[in-house]
Design a binder for this molecule. Structure first.
Ligand code: IVH
Length: 684
């Protein structure tokens, strides 16, 4: 017999766990750490194990465990599950056409008021009917053919996060909630990552993830798939009356059922257009995939009046967005060389319209990805292009693999070990995903990119030196390195395609203007691997001069904030190449120079007017460098001690100058104090 205390404790735990489930899965704002949640959960499990009578069907613990099924039982729907007409005209016209059809059917004239609609997202998953009797979730069924679906109660209970097993508050004796089971993109990625780590099969996309999991016969396997649910309508309802669709959604939410907050009640055609546009813009920032929006007449009375045509309601329509995912065939796999020599496999595709444009190339990222997805020439693949993102091959449809398919991708073998552009050796460093060409500025592919980078906004900001121009300059061997830009003349430039005298003149002026820059921009412009503009700024601030920067060894480079061995190694490797050092010298010789940047100017003030004398041997820094650093900070460095001397820096074995300073009562800094001073000035 369970005591009152135990019964109350079980109730309390159930209530608490449900609250945490709701916060975690529906609101996405967990109140407690996972470990705390697990504790509550285990306590409830143990109470129910000792007192099986307390294990009510609505207990959150009922989600766990479960037997493998032989198959799914058919479920005849009390109210048929219909589909909706899809408006394939993805322009505003799709919305306008729907509104005019509705108005016509309702016999509304031009002067009659606007129809009120509810706009929702069109979720991309699997339609499910949830049957609640006396508030308890008793059955979940797929849509099937609309008349008869399959009983997937166990799987839904196991795998769908955030679904109440018991409705909150007042509830009807029977209510069927209809909506979509879907998988969030981040859950999908995380799931696939875990599968990959264990060498297990991955899901092709979130939609298949949702549909496949619900029809998975082993509920414990289904339970591992992180699914979610959004409600968008009703099936059978007893003892409850609604008058508008909006009211339905509000009430579902009150019962604790997840309803997307991306919904809106709008007036007339313009309202529909506005929603369609707004959601299309937000599409890529939503945490889950959608393939359009759905418009529904709000008034249930008007819905009844409108009725159905061929099993589709006249009061609702799905208005699509351009598809972001399409199937197509891989004709070839090319390997492209990037600015830093990175070799990227790219699938050459049978052109396909996806994400609003025709795509014929899609990135395969790198060798490992290509092999993991096992993309081969001849394969039918899923291509995705979302927003402004580079089109990518998501996966292969193995069912469609032809007998005559290409071999498993092998980058080194395909290239015979050489860069496809310049013939230099290719390398793949340990722990790196990418193969690289070792040609550096010598490789024409890298040349073009190096020039574009050199001219880019955050580098030397040479306006007008774009893609097409760089292409011509390099291909016609007019320019090989950035230094060659300063040798170009008007006649040469004016003769190029799409250039007249005027553009040529403008470009020459822009190139000349780029001569005056800052040290940070110059360092960034060199295009050293792993040195972005933030790192370049730190370098300029820390070293103060290009020579100091170029001379710094790996250890000194790592004294710069946020610089680790990888960045230091990239910088050392860059300056180890004689042709890179040559380019730097040529640039300087052609008049490229820098004005002090903000940070440095401030430092100049830090010691201005102060006179220093260096004596003895410094351990951490040569006397020349110490002198240069002081001068960079605005100080004067003198060879002899006098009354005008402000500080004497005394290294080891300092001799007469130290004595003199002590005699005159001048401040003496040992090496440690001196370094401290430099550091303080630098941060000023
Ligand atoms: S309403 C009678 N609303 O799209 C109206 N359907 O053919 C029934 N879907 O597979 C559907 N989001 O699962 C409706 N907000 C939404 C929806 C939606 C996705 C799916 C639905 C069905 C298909 C409609």
């Amino acid at each position: 017999m369970a005591t009152q205390d135990v019964i109350r404790r079980a109730e309390k735990l159930r209530e608490e766990i449900r609250l945490h489930d709701y916060c975690y899965y529906v609101l996405d704002a967990p109140l407690i750490p996972d470990a705390e949640y697990d504790k509550l959960f285990r306590e409830l499990q143990s109470i129910e194990a000792q007192h099986p009578k307390l294990a009510t069907p609505d207990s959150p613990t009922q989600r766990v465990g479960g037997k493998v099924l032989d198959g799914f039982q058919p479920v005849r729907h009390a109210v048929p599950m219909l589909s909706i007409r899809t408006e394939t005209d993805i322009s505003d016209q799709g919305a306008l056409a729907f509104d005019s059809r509705v108005r016509k059917e309702l016999g509304l004239g031009e002067n009659d008021p606007q129809v009120v609609y509810v706009c929702e997202l069109k979720f991309d998953g699997l339609a499910i009917n949830l049957r609640y009797e006396e508030g308890i979730l008793v059955q979940a069924a797929t849509r099937g053919d609309g008349e008869t679906g399959e009983d997937v109660t166990q799987n839904v209970k196991h795998a769908v996060r955030g679904l109440p097993f018991l409705l909150e508050g007042d509830r009807p004796s029977v209510v069927e909630v209809r909506g979509e089971v879907y998988m969030r993109r981040d859950d999908f990625e995380r799931y696939n990552e875990k599968q990959r780590q264990h060498g297990l099969p991955t899901l092709v996309n979130p939609r298949n993830g949702a549909a496949g999991s619900i029809r998975q016969l082993d509920p414990t396997l289904a339970a591992r798939r992180p699914l979610r649910f959004f409600a968008y309508g009703l099936g059978e309802v007893q003892d409850w009356v609604f008058t508008t669709h909006n009211e339905v959604l509000e009430q579902l939410s009150v019962w604790g059922i997840p309803v997307s907050s991306e919904r809106e009640e709008v007036d007339g055609a313009q309202g529909l257009v506005g929603f369609h546009r707004r959601i299309e813009q937000q599409r890529d920032s939503l945490p889950f995939d959608i393939d359009g929006v759905v418009y529904k007449v709000n008034s249930l009375a008007l819905q009844a009046q409108l009725g159905f045509v061929s099993r589709e309601p006249r009061w609702a329509v799905a208005h699509k967005f351009p598809a972001e995912v399409q199937l197509t065939v891989v004709r070839d796999i090319d390997i492209q060389v990037g600015r830093t020599g990175k070799l990227t496999p790219v699938a050459k595709l049978e052109p396909v319209f996806v994400g609003g444009t025709t795509v014929s190339n899609a990135t395969l990222h790198n060798e490992d990805e290509t092999r993991r997805k096992d993309v081969r020439i001849g394969d039918t693949v899923i291509v995705r292009r979302a927003g402004d993102v580079i089109p990518e091959v998501v996966g292969v449809v193995l069912d469609k693999r032809p007998a005559q398919v290409g071999a498993l991708f092998d980058l080194f073998k395909q290239l015979g070990g050489h860069c496809p552009v310049c013939g230099s050796a290719i390398v793949r460093e340990e722990g790196e995903a990418d193969w690289r060409c070792t040609g550096g500025l010598f490789c024409p592919a890298q040349r073009k990119e190096a020039l574009l980078h050199f001219a880019s906004r955050r580098a030397l900001d040479i306006e007008g030196l774009g893609d097409k121009l760089v292409e011509q300059l390099v291909d016609q061997q007019l320019v090989a390195t950035p230094a060659d830009l300063y040798r170009l003349d008007l006649a040469t430039l004016a003769n190029l395609e799409r250039m007249g005298e005027k553009s040529a003149n403008n470009l020459l002026q822009a190139i000349a203007a780029g001569r005056q820059t800052t040290l940070a921009r110059f360092i960034y412009a060199l295009g050293i691997r792993n040195v972005g503009d933030a790192t370049a700024k730190e370098m300029a601030r820390h070293f103060g001069s290009l020579d100091n920067f170029m001379a710094a060894d790996a250890e000194r480079l790592q004294q710069v904030p946020d610089v680790g061995p990888v960045v230091a190694q990239s910088i050392r490797a860059f300056f180890a190449e004689s042709h890179n050092r040559d380019v730097v010298e040529q640039l300087r010789a052609s008049g490229v120079h820098w004005v002090e940047q903000e940070g440095v100017t401030l430092r100049v003030l830090a010691l201005s007017g102060k006179t220093f004398v260096l004596t003895g041997t410094l351990v951490g820094m040569s006397r020349d460098v110490a002198k240069e650093q002081l001068e960079n900070l605005g100080a004067k460095v003198s060879g002899s001690v006098s009354k005008k001397t402000d500080y004497v820096v005394a290294g080891s074995e300092a001799g007469s100058k130290l004595d003199k300073a002590q005699e005159l009562g001048i401040a003496v800094l040992d090496e440690q104090q001196f370094m401290q001073l430099l550091k303080e000035c630098e941060t000023k």
